[in-house]
Design a protein around this ligand. Structure first.
Ligand SMILES: C[S@@+](CC[C@H](N)C(=O)[O-])C[C@H]1O[C@@H](n2cnc3c(N)ncnc32)[C@H](O)[C@@H]1O
Length: 277
C-alpha cells in the first residue's frame, strides 16, 4: 500500500461509512477505503486540517456547509448523454405515445429524472421527446431533474458542457439543440434555451421526504440504487410506486434488476418496469 500522508484508521473509515449511509443511503463497501481516503484527503488539504479526527470533529459539529461538501464527495456522478439509448427509443416510441393516446389532448405529462447528476439524462429525455414525438408542443410536458449533490446540479442547470461530452451523440441533436461557444467559450456547447426550459433542477435527497405530490408518468432512476443496500432499495421502490401514476413507467440502470428487491413493479422490457397488480 502506498505511503499515506495522513493516518487513516478503520474506525475513521467506519465513521465515514456510517455518516454516508445516514446522509445519502450510499453503502460504502470494504473495498472503498482507498477511494474515501483519496476524496477526503483532498478536503483536508483544502481546509488545511491536520488529521482525519479534525475533519470528523467538523462534521460532528453539524456544520451544514461541510455536511453538504461531504455528501458531494461521496456521490459518484458518472453519466453521459443518451446513456443506454434503447431507453430513449422506448420512451419516445412507446411510453409517451401511449400516454398521449390515453390522456385528453394537452394534458400534463410529468417525467422525473431522479439522480440526474450533471444533467445529461434529463437533457437527453427532453431532446429525444422534441425530436421523436410528433405534436409534443401541444402538451404540458415537464421534466423534474433532482440530485442530492449540489455541485452536479448547478452544472446541470447551467447546461454547459465541453465538446468531448457531446462528441458521440447523433449530429441531428448536436446541430439542433446546442449552441456552440465562441471566443472564451470555444470548446464548449450549451443546451438551447427551449430544451432547458422543459426542465426544473432541484436538490432532493431520495432518503428524505419528497416535496412534490406527483403523480409522475415516468421515472428515470438509473445507476443510483446500485450504491444503496437492499433494504434501502426496497423502501425507495415502494416510494416510487406511490408517486408513479397507475399507468406510469420506471426506468432503471442495466445492472439494477428489481427481482427480489421489490414486488411493487413488474418487468415490462429491458430494465423498464410498470406498477404491479
Ligand atoms: C452514477 S450517477 C447516475 C446519473 C444518471 N442517472 C445516469 O444514469 O447517467 C448517480 C447519481 O445519484 C445521485 N445520488 C446518490 N445518492 C442520492 C440520494 N440519496 N438522493 C439523491 N441523489 C442521489 C448522485 O449524486 C449521482 O449524481
Amino acid at each position: 500500500m502506498a505511503q499515506r500522508q495522513y493516518e487513516f484508521s478503520d474506525s475513521d473509515f467506519n465513521y465515514f461509512r456510517k455518516i454516508a449511509d445516514r446522509l445519502t443511503g450510499i453503502h460504502l463497501a470494504d473495498n472503498k477505503k482507498e477511494l474515501v481516503y483519496g476524496r477526503v484527503t483532498r478536503r483536508l488539504r483544502a481546509l488545511r486540517l491536520q488529521s482525519f479526527s479534525d475533519y470528523i470533529a467538523l462534521l460532528e459539529s453539524g456544520d451544514v456547509n461541510e455536511l453538504e461538501q461531504f455528501t458531494n464527495m461521496i456521490t459518484t456522478n458518472l453519466t453521459s448523454f443518451f446513456r443506454e439509448m434503447h431507453h430513449f427509443d422506448f420512451l419516445t416510441q412507446d411510453v409517451v405515445p401511449t400516454l398521449m393516446k390515453n390522456k385528453p389532448r394537452g394534458s400534463r405529462i410529468r417525467i422525473w429524472s431522479a439522480g440526474c447528476s450533471t444533467g445529461e439524462e434529463p437533457y437527453s429525455i427532453a431532446m429525444a421527446l422534441r425530436e421523436s414525438v410528433p405534436g409534443l408542443s401541444g402538451w404540458d410536458v415537464k421534466i423534474l431533474a433532482t440530485d442530492l449533490d449540489s455541485e452536479v446540479l448547478a452544472h446541470g442547470a447551467a447546461g454547459v458542457y465541453t465538446v468531448d461530452r457531446v462528441n458521440g451523440i447523433r449530429s441531428v441533436y448536436l446541430d439542433k439543440y446546442f449552441d456552440k461557444g465562441r471566443g472564451p467559450n470555444a470548446g464548449k456547447v450549451r443546451v438551447k434555451e427551449e430544451v432547458r426550459n422543459m426542465i426544473t433542477f432541484r436538490r432532493l435527497n431520495l432518503m428524505e421526504d419528497w416535496p412534490m405530490k406527483g403523480p409522475m408518468d415516468v421515472i428515470f432512476c438509473r445507476n443510483v440504487v446500485i450504491y444503496f443496500d437492499k433494504p434501502t432499495q426496497t423502501r425507495l421502490f415502494a416510494k416510487f410506486s406511490n408517486i408513479l401514476a397507475d399507468d406510469g413507467r420506471l426506468f432503471v440502470g442495466h445492472s439494477e434488476a428489481l427481482y427480489k428487491v421489490t414486488d411493487k413493479f413488474e418487468l415490462l422490457g429491458k430494465t423498464v418496469y410498470k406498477k404491479a397488480g
